[in-house]
Design a protein around this ligand. Structure first.
Ligand code: TXA
Ligand code: MG
Length: 336
């Protein structure tokens, strides 16, 4: 099929995209986090097309995107007061809440679960598309399954040109990593994925939260890879002199270094690519996926990556980079 390219600034775009969604086809949509691959979340056949286009296992549930917090009651039940407070505080924005689903939400969307993940994205054009379509948009990150997420329309074109009905170009995504996910269906709120809304911000509203072991990078035993370029990613932890030492000893021609802006000069002999400033997690989140996509080349062999320490938004970078590396982390200070 020929993919239609629509600009977020064209006044006709929302109406055209909404019509395509209502017809059961896929539209890639911009959000503040990453681009999503959207379909009518209440239409099982349309949702099936998402899984097919991404090559995604069908038991992996999708997020329903809403145009406003009012829509929560249409698709969720037994909504705790905390969910309403979080929605008021963080929506529209990079926070997804897992809540008990109403019957109207197809099992295809929830991956067979009795719960559903909902979020209201901070993109005017995308909320307008949802409002005009009159249905919630099921939308995973638009990347092909397992690959780095898509933060520009060009990334989406690369993965899906000719295979989906339309792509709405809203420019580069402001946050750059997927939304924070908090599960509110258990006895205690549980953080399933770190993102632009930090654990500290959630604790301020919810009190204590549980943090899923999959949400943090500290578990080097975890095997599966995600967000991964088509080469080996190794995180080199430790201070700059130790990291440079380790990379100098290990580096082979063709290898690359993924580092902080301030480290470009120190890594100059090792084909460095910078993705943001070490102390500025916003810049690292915004630059990470575009950098991982640039490094998606088997000829590179190994990428030595620098990862920020600390909590807050740095946790989201640790989580995505950790998964891209299959949790392969070298302690360069130990290696000396
Ligand atoms: O920022 C985002 O959240 C982006 C943009 C497009 O909104 N979307 C996104 O979707 O990252 P996706 O499908 O790539 O990641 C959604 C994650 C998956 O890990 C999925 O397993 C989890 O959310 N999820 C969805 N529904 C769930 C549920 N009912 N219970 C637990 N986890 C759920
Ligand atoms: Mg994804």
């Amino acid at each position: 099929m020929e993919t239609l390219y629509l600009s977020a600034t064209d006044p006709k775009t929302a109406e055209i995209a909404a019509k395509i969604i209502k017809s059961g086809e896929l539209v890639a949509i911009p959000t503040e986090t990453v681009y999503g691959l959207g379909a009518n979340g209440l239409d099982e056949e349309a949702v099936l097309k998402i899984f097919q286009a991404k090559g995604r296992p069908q038991d992996n549930p999708l997020i329903l995107h809403l145009w406003g917090a009012e829509q929560m009651d249409e698709y969720c039940q037994n909504i705790p007061e905390s969910a309403r407070i979080l929605a008021q505080k963080f929506w529209p924005g990079p926070l997804t809440m897992v809540l008990p689903a109403k019957e109207i939400v197809p099992k295809r969307t929830t991956g067979g679960l009795a719960t559903v993940a909902v979020r209201c994205p901070d993109s005017h054009i995308t909320r307008e598309i949802i409002r005009l379509a009159g249905v919630p948009l099921a939308a995973p990150s638009a990347n092909i399954s397992g690959k780095p997420s898509t933060t520009t329309a060009e990334h989406v074109r690369h993965d899906h040109d000719g295979r989906i009905a339309a792509i709405v170009d809203g420019g580069a995504c402001r946050v750059g990593v997927e939304s924070t996910i908090i599960d509110l269906t258990g006895p205690q709120p549980r953080l399933l994925r770190p993102g632009g809304v930090t654990p500290e911000q959630l604790v301020a509203v919810l009190g204590d939260i549980l943090i899923d072991k999959d949400a943090v990078v500290k578990a080097p035993g975890m095997k599966y890879k995600h967000y991964a370029p088509d080469c080996q990613v190794v995180i080199v932890d430790g201070d700059l002199p130790a990291a440079r030492n380790y990379i100098e000893k290990t580096w082979q021609p063709g290898n690359r270094v993924l580092c902080f802006d301030e480290e470009l000069e120190a890594f100059a002999p090792f084909a460095p690519l910078a993705y943001g400033r070490e102390q500025d997690a916003d810049s690292l989140m915004a630059g990470l996926f575009a950098a991982l996509r640039e490094l998606d080349d088997p000829a590179i062999g190994t990428v030595f990556a620098r990862c920020p320490r600390g909590s807050g938004k740095a946790l989201a970078v640790q989580n995505r980079l950790g998964k891209a590396a299959g949790f392969h982390i070298i302690d360069a200070e130990q290696e000396q």
